[in-house]
Ligand binder design. Structure first.
Ligand code: ATP
Ligand code: MG
Length: 603
């Protein structure tokens, strides 16, 4: 492919709103053009990368006997009413939805559980047809609150979504295990360094869920990892053993303390310098919108009897932080956010900052994180402005509230198994960051039951189909690859997914020996199946060609210059820097390209 025949525009500077390297470099190299927040044109170079990634995704799915299909982007509201998700997605604001000419409502698919369940319901009757796993690669639409970082969080993006269908829970787990391996293969082949982590499976329930995190400081997700035990979990889900609280040596009666203006732990510690942080219990108030259907089903009552919204109070040790995902799951919340100032005043009778467990309004349910276990003689809010209680004891001064794990794991916490079996006593957790490129999930029968997708089993009984779902952010994979592989000068593509495998940089176009050698290299490489780009632009100086080459990051490079007459070229791979440069005969250079492409599965 001759570069002069292509639309190829590069910029020296990235637009100032590009906050991460992948976004900035893609804009500079003409890979992307934004037409609205989170909505982009994928330029020709980027499209080649995306097709490479899609090729790997297809190959690995097909090898595992998955079948590709294509579902519509437009989905009718009726299907979403069957699964009960329409209201929730509309309330979250994530759904692009609109009215049709004839008055019906439709959305642009943010995901396809409803459509696929409906499809399989119409196709599968018998256990003899199962298991099957179906997948598609398609554009998804989500009206994200904060679209940002280019392809990382778009409002329109490419996803591969797969769905497995099985006769039983055990069979579903088997399908899930196959997909776990498929995902490992895909991300390895894409040249990514990644960590599979335990993930939150949300209010949907389901026993297993794993996310695939590309290791990157710019990642939006925090991950808890322990090198000694290979434990890795999304911080939303991670569990740990926390340090014990300081003991309380002197037991005295509970009493009120004036604490004017002290609304933070730091301010309280200034007033009570001898009090350890672990004996200070904070109480946080949240406004909760409940999942009424789920609560009604859990308690076996009618949905009309369940409270739809309310305020809850949650206690937690002063040195720990609450985890709103765990909390929302525990209380079956559709939405959970800090209570407003007015709600705090109504619940506590005080200004914000003095909430405590004693004397809360009757309709405020109290919970506590496990970190309060064993804490004695503590300080807590007095539910009165400028006042706290000191020397409070559960059991003596108030009942211990309903307690569960609502805590956020912190660096230095021990893994749960520390000191047991072969696990060292000091097996501690680190917090790192990652980009979620994939998510696999055991769905169970949530959708098949809601949408009556059943099959006739061997025992002649109709049973709901067991499902799993599996997503990969194809466009996010491209951005993540750059996040992990770039330098000041530009992108450095892993060979497997690079837009072209090889680049020939011709120093002087019109020089007879160079023209002839470049043409031969180009033709021979093409004949060998290598996709090669030849920079034969006449009016562009060598310096600018090298800059462009560094920016676009095609991994294998051959520079053809003065020594062309002696059949000599410079081998100059993008990743190696000056040290990797070598003078080779054109034949040797060609052999290296072919060998590298074979190893990377490109030819
Ligand atoms: P996130 O937590 O990042 O919002 P999610 O958990 O909502 O993602 P899933 O529903 O699990 O996403 O979608 C499967 C995959 O699609 C994700 O693992 C991610 O790689 C990708 N993805 C999700 N949202 C976006 C987006 N807005 N832009 C690009 N890729 C996305
Ligand atoms: Mg996810």
């Amino acid at each position: 492919m001759k570069l002069s025949k292509q639309l190829f525009v590069t910029l020296r500077e990235a637009p100032s709103d590009a906050e991460v390297a992948s976004h900035a470099l893609m804009l500079r190299a003409g890979f992307l053009q934004q037409i609205a927040a989170g909505i982009y044109v994928y330029g020709p170079m980027l499209w080649r990368v995306l097709q490479r990634i899609e090729g790997i995704v297809r190959d690995e799915h097909d090898k595992a006997d998955c079948q590709e299909l294509l579902m519509p982007a437009i989905q009718p509201r009726e299907l979403w009413d069957e699964s009960g998700r329409w209201e929730r997605y509309v309330n979250d604001g994530i759904l692009f939805h609109f009215k049709e000419r004839k008055g019906g409502e439709v959305c642009l698919g943010p995901t396809h559980e409803e459509v696929i369940t409906n499809f399989v319901k119409g196709q599968v009757q018998s256990y003899k047809q199962l298991p099957v796993t179906l997948y598609q690669i398609q554009t998804k639409f989500r009206d994200e609150i904060r679209p940002r970082f280019g392809l990382m969080r778009g409002r329109e993006f490419i996803m591969k979504d797969a769905y497995s269908f099985d006769v039983s829970e055990e069979a579903m787990v088997e399908s899930y295990k196959v997909m776990r391996q498929v995902y490992r293969n895909i991300f390895s082949r894409c040249g990514l360094r990644f960590t599979p982590v335990e993930a939150d499976s949300g209010a949907i329930g389901g026993s297993g869920s794993e996310e695939f995190m590309v290791d990157a400081d710019t990642g939006e997700d925090a991950i808890a990892v322990c090198r000694a035990t290979d434990y890795a979990a999304n911080l939303e889900k991670a569990v740990s053993r926390i340090p014990a609280p300081a003991a309380c040596d002197e037991v005295v009666a509970m009493h009120k303390e004036p604490t004017p203006g002290a609304t933070t732990c730091a301010a309280l510690l200034e007033l009570f310098p001898d009090l350890p942080m672990t004996r200070l219990l904070k109480t946080v108030l949240y406004h909760v919108v409940y999942d009424v259907e789920a609560l009604a089903a859990r308690d076996g009552v009618d949905a009309s009897e369940v409270r739809a919204e309310g305020v809850i109070a949650v206690m937690c040790r002063g040195d720990r932080e609450l985890n709103e995902v765990k909390l929302a799951n525990h209380v079956n919340a559709l939405k959970l956010e800090l209570a407003s100032e007015d709600e705090v005043k109504a619940a506590t009778g005080a200004e914000v900052g003095y909430a405590g467990p004693i004397g809360l309004a009757d309709d405020v349910r109290l919970y506590a994180d496990e970190s309060v276990n064993g804490v004695e003689g503590f300080l807590c809010g007095g539910n009165e402005t400028d006042t706290h209680y000191l020397d409070v004891h559960f059991g003596r001064d108030l009942d211990q509230p309903e307690t569960a794990d609502f805590g956020t794991v912190q660096a230095g916490d021990l893994v749960v198994e520390a000191g047991t079996g072969d696990v060292p006593a000091d097996a501690a957790i680190e917090i790192t960051r990652g980009i979620e490129v994939g998510h696999i999930f055991q769905l169970g029968t949530k959708y098949s039951e809601a949408m009556s997708a059943s099959f006739l089993d061997v025992d002649q009984k109709q049973k709901p189909i067991w499902m799993g779902c599996y997503g990969i952010g194809v466009s996010r994979v491209a951005a993540s690859a750059i996040e992990q592989n770039h330098d000041e000068a530009g992108m450095i593509w892993p060979l497997e997914i690079a837009p072209y495998a090889a680049l020939i940089v011709q120093m002087k176009v019109g020089d007879e020996a160079q023209d002839a050698l470049c043409q031969k290299l180009h033709d021979d490489l093409t004949a060998a199946g290598v996709d090669v780009l030849w920079d034969e632009r006449k009016k562009v100086r060598p310096g600018a060609k090298f800059k462009d080459a560094d920016l676009v990051g095609i991994p294998l490079r051959i520079v053809v210059g003065r020594d062309a007459a002696e059949d000599k070229v410079e081998w100059s791979p993008r990743a190696g820097g000056d040290e990797a440069k070598e003078v080779l005969t054109s034949g040797d250079a060609m052999e290296r390209v072919v060998a590298a492409c074979r190893e990377a599965g490109r030819i």
